[in-house]
Design a protein around this ligand. Structure first.
Ligand code: HPA
Length: 277
């Protein structure tokens, strides 16, 4: 059997030995949603260490566990902590958790992250609905033998971020009175932040926000036919848009400051998505 597929199946079996929960929505909690667990009526917690072969994050402030439970009455699985390509994992490991959550039953993937604002109209603390993505600066997680069990070799990418889910998030933000920017997310490898010249490049390419995650997850989920949506928390203006040097601390502080609003928006959007299905 293909090694990537075999590892996925081993992880799946390892989770299923311990958890029989069937989620509808898979949620990836980025910086700022670290305490989102408090919004979930938790049925079960599974530490990544308990899953045989599962990639475990090394970033400070990132926990490493799956939360299974209910947002209102919607069954969800939430990833508290993701692994990043810059940690040295192969892309197939980086997206393994996404594939696993689909196998567990989730048809919808809700991606969140902290990102640098590349669009000069954005401010730190804004939220951005992700409308599309640029992943061309990181290797595709689909490189290697195609896993026919998961999806097609040449997968269409014309609507990675589902239009109906986008509309639900837009309406939800409006109902809550939360301003929502919209735009294109670009993933670079990190872990260094960008130079001002790289940020200009990102803008020239059509990006509105830059980060070090998410787009590769979007590819893997799209390959498996998941319905995907995503929101970036603009934790800072990208390098060169202000005269301040960037720090992980600034990213974390802004993300923490707007976390209560972010949590509200995510919860109400999930509830509205479940209504619409
Ligand atoms: N660049 C890349 N990734 C990020 C940034 C940034 O400015 N802010 C938060 N994640």
């Amino acid at each position: 059997m293909n090694q990537v597929y075999e590892k996925l199946m081993r992880c799946y079996a390892s989770v299923r030995e311990k958890v029989d929960f069937k989620p509808r929505v898979a949620l990836v909690l980025g910086s700022g949603l670290g305490n989102y667990g408090e919004q979930i009526k938790i049925s079960q917690v599974l530490d990544y260490h308990e899953i045989e072969g599962f990639p475990v994050s090394t970033v400070p402030g990132h926990k490493g566990r799956f939360l299974f439970g209910y947002v209102d009455d919607v069954p969800v699985v939430a990833m508290q902590g993701r692994v990043h390509y810059y940690e040295g994992y192969p892309m197939t490991d980086v997206v393994l958790p996404i594939r696993l959550m689909k196998l567990l039953g989730a048809g919808i993937l809700f991606l969140t992250n902290a990102a640098g604002g590349v669009n000069p109209e954005f401010s730190a603390g804004d939220f951005m609905l992700i409308k599309d993505q640029i992943a061309s600066f990181v290797p595709s997680p689909l490189i290697g033998a195609n896993l026919e069990e998961l999806g097609p070799r040449f997968c269409d990418m014309s609507e990675v971020y589902d239009k109906d889910l986008q509309e639900i998030i837009r309406k939800t933000a409006k109902e809550l009175g939360i301003p929502l920017q919209e735009g294109v997310y670009i993933q670079l490898t990190g872990p260094n932040f960008e130079t001002p010249a790289e940020v200009k490049m990102c803008r020239t390419l059509g990006a509105d926000a830059v980060g070090m995650s998410t787009a590769c997850e979007g590819i893997a989920a799209n390959h498996m036919g998941m319905k995907i949506c995503g929101i970036s928390c603009i934790s800072n203006l990208a390098c060169g848009l202000t005269d301040q040097p960037l720090s992980h601390q600034e990213v974390q502080e802004t993300a923490d400051r707007v976390a209560p609003l972010f949590e509200k928006l995510v919860t109400a959007s999930i509830v509205n998505m479940a209504k619409g299905e």
